[in-house]
Design a protein around this ligand. Structure first.
Ligand code: PLP
Length: 290
């Protein structure tokens, strides 16, 4: 069964080859992407993903192909056309297709691609037992706040993690812990939760933002400040956040056990996020009938 593909205003399937060889996303990585989750046929935190995409397009001067209501309508139709109920949608917007040159023309029509894909979200055991991390130097470009498709450094670091028997890699800039190669990173020390502040060194994760809001609503203090590498030996719990992993406990870093089983603060935040996803799916569905 082919996944449903939206391409420049029409629906097809991923069996169709749609991209031109001179698309700037393909040749220059001149493109942004988003990944959102849908569950029981309903998109989750869709407005957050739309806003991040708009911010990124603006930052790199790519014309936005839609307003919020059109975006919602297209994504809803994409999910409705999809045969399965749980999965992710990958969206990519490139500057467009044109003769290969570094000086890009101002008037290119963006290439818009979005497709659905079935996804196995972590089960209860994984959410309880957590994942293993390794650390590695952060070799990415200097605008990690822009969700660009230039993921070579991320992919090479993740491969390193996989070869070391780990699931994710924590990216270090000298002695500062930035984030995971495809996730944000939090530590818990006593009653305090710490995560890197929003700046050009990390991506403003949708789940990161939601978790901070939920924590504050529940009276859990979150300190947004850089975490030094040597602080990692003094923590009680750690977790990562992402669209596909939710709130995922960290069992070990570089082979050193952080906690066996999920810690109390991580468990509370995981529970709050799971509930927020269900609540948001209902809202998104109701308001997307535009
Ligand atoms: N940081 C990086 C580098 C990522 O690639 C991702 C997700 O792909 C995240 C953080 C988490 O972002 P989100 O919560 O929006 O999925």
């Amino acid at each position: 069964m082919n996944d449903v593909l939206y391409f420049n205003g029409r629906f097809t399937t991923t069996a169709e080859r749609v991209l031109g060889v001179e698309d700037r996303g393909f040749q220059f990585g001149d493109a942004l992407y988003e990944v959102f989750k849908f569950s029981a046929g309903k998109a989750i935190f869709l407005g957050d993903h739309f806003r991040r995409l708009e911010r990124g397009l603006h930052a790199i001067e790519i014309k936005s192909p839609w307003d919020e209501s059109r975006f919602f309508a297209v994504m809803r139709e994409l999910i409705e056309r999809t045969a399965f109920d749980d999965g992710i949608v990958y969206i990519q917007i490139s500057r467009g297709e044109g003769e290969r040159k570094h000086f890009f023309p101002e008037n290119l029509e963006p290439t818009v691609v979005a497709y659905s894909r079935a996804f196995q979200f972590p089960d209860a055991a994984k959410k309880e037992n957590g994942i293993r991390l390794i650390t590695a130097p952060d070799l990415r470009w200097k605008h990690c706040d822009i969700k660009s498709v230039n993921l070579l450094a991320n992919a090479l670091s993740k491969k390193k993690a996989q070869r070391a028997g780990a699931d994710e890699v924590l990216l270090l800039d000298d002695d500062i812990v930035r984030e995971g190669a495809s996730s944000n990173f939090f530590v818990v020390r006593g009653s305090e939760v710490i995560t890197h502040p929003l700046d050009e060194h990390i991506l403003a994760g949708v789940v990161r933002g939601r978790v901070i809001g939920l924590a504050e609503g529940a009276g859990i203090r979150i300190d947004q400040r850089p975490i030094a590498v040597d602080e990692l030996i003094k923590i009680d719990e750690a977790f990562i956040t992402s669209t596909t992993m939710g709130v995922m406990p960290v069992a070990s870093i570089d082979g050193r056990t952080i906690s066996s089983g999920i810690g109390a603060v991580t468990a509370r935040l995981q529970h709050l996020l799971d509930a927020a996803e269900i609540a948001d799916a209902a809202v998104t569905h109701a308001s997307s009938s535009i």
